[in-house]
Design a protein around this ligand. Structure first.
Ligand code: DI6
Ligand code: FE
Length: 405
């Protein structure tokens, strides 16, 4: 006997990163996992005989729950003033070099209590959930000292416990140089590599380690020092690479077997080849591209031709991607980066799951995977990429537990 069955539904299973549409489907959950999925006509009996709870969902489409695999969700305050400065002509790099940018969010975040950070992030989390998100990755990186970084990771875990959502945390101390170390970069990198990473691993605070490889952030050598420490601590790797220039970050990430390389506007042909060889996921972040009014899009055609799996994520952060709707990101991925709607949906399900190392657990409607899905009031899955700001979600299910909107 199954716990629940959803009938009178149309399914996009996303198995093998394709829609895999089933026009009159059924899906069942037991103990939080998918126990059966397929055409209703193939059910081994009447629904009443098969499951305790029967959900007739009125022809709703069901997709895997959406996975937002790159966010900086937990921070204090906002940077609306900086947004105005950019409208007046200042660039992101100028603002960052003048001590604004990430540094201003770090100051606000250090001053905020855990409860305050929780309350501010919860509002953004709830908005993302309303766009169908059932798994979210949350990075630290606005603390840059042990106490605050640990607080951010703990708040991220607490958000997951308080909401019907899965949370994966990522330690991003190499996001910006901590102000205390302005005159000694090497000492900061050493502190992160030798003290913080082993402690993050020991205390189980993070599921992965990330770094920002960029001319305004950290060099490849600095990233390597931290990657080596993360590897020794058994933590998987991710990298912000080639967002504003080609620093060779994608190849570095690939050489270290990273789960993902993220942004990639300036990735070279060698970088693409390295990603393809390593099976590292390219995480594209059109919200940041849009916000910064970048003109150079990531080389999607080349990534596609090389067979690099492409994920899409919100990059939700106060500086370059103040966006709290993953559906809007699907639209941007198609309109700005020329992904197909099917690729965009794979980018927030199957491939996003891989970018978190969770490809065996979530991201497709397949027997044995977690019963995480989203129910939509749409006529076809392409609508998820087509509408902007529409109210499409009917319900979300995480580990078999439904939250109706
Ligand atoms: N790349 C980004 O776009 C964000 N972080 C990063 O490494 C920007 C974060 C911020 O401006 O606060
Ligand atoms: Fe980011």
């Amino acid at each position: 006997m199954w716990d629940s069955i959803w009938i009178n539904t149309r399914l996009a299973t996303m198995a093998g990163a394709r829609y895999g549409a089933i026009p009159d489907g059924a899906i069942a959950a037991k103990d939080g996992r998918i126990a059966w999925v397929g055409a209703r006509a193939d059910l081994p009996g009447a629904p009443e005989a098969l499951a305790r709870d029967i959900h007739d969902v009125g022809r709703a489409w069901i997709t895997p729950g959406l996975v937002d695999c790159h966010t900086h969700l937990v921070f204090a305050g906002n940077r609306a003033r900086e947004f105005e400065q950019r409208l007046e002509g200042a660039t992101y790099e100028e603002i960052a070099r003048a001590g604004g940018g990430i540094a201003s969010t770090v100051a606000a975040t250090r001053a905020a209590s855990a409860d305050d950070l929780f309350a501010q992030a919860a509002r953004r989390l709830e908005a993302l959930m309303a766009s169908g998100v059932t798994t979210i990755e949350i990075k630290s990186g606005y603390g840059l000292d042990w106490q605050t970084e640990a607080r951010l990771l703990a708040v991220a875990r607490r958000l997951g416990e308080a909401h019907n959502i899965r949370v994966r945390t990522t330690f991003l101390a190499l996001h910006a140089l901590a102000p205390e170390f302005k005159h000694d970069r090497a000492a900061y990198v050493r502190l992160v590599a030798e003290e913080m990473i082993p402690r993050v691993a020991r205390e189980g605070l993070a599921d992965a380690v990330d770094a920002f490889c960029e001319t305004i952030a950290f060099t490849r050598d600095e990233v390597e020092t931290v990657f080596t420490a993360a590897r020794a601590a058994g933590l998987p790797l991710k990298l912000h690479a080639e967002q504003l220039s080609d620093c060779g970050g994608a190849a570095l990430a690939a050489n270290y077997g990273a789960l993902s390389a993220d942004h990639l506007e300036y990735v070279s042909d060698e970088g693409i080849a390295a990603l393809a060889r390593a099976g590292t996921v390219a995480v594209l972040l059109p919200g940041a591209f849009y916000t910064l009014r970048e003109t150079r899009a990531p080389p999607v055609e080349k990534l596609r031709a090389a067979g690099v799996p492409m994920a899409l994520a919100s990059d939700c952060n106060p500086g370059t991607s103040p966006i709290a709707s993953l559906l809007t990101v699907l639209n941007m991925g198609c309109t700005l980066f020329r992904l197909t709607p099917e690729e965009a949906l794979a980018g927030v399900t199957t491939h996003a799951a891989r970018a978190l190392g969770l490809q065996d657990e979530i991201g497709a409607l397949e027997v044995g995977k977690a019963a995480d899905f989203a129910l939509w009031r749409i006529d076809g899955p392409g609508e998820l990429s087509y509408w902007i700001g529409a109210d499409l979600l009917q319900a979300r299910v995480v580990a078999g537990a439904a939250t109706t909107k």
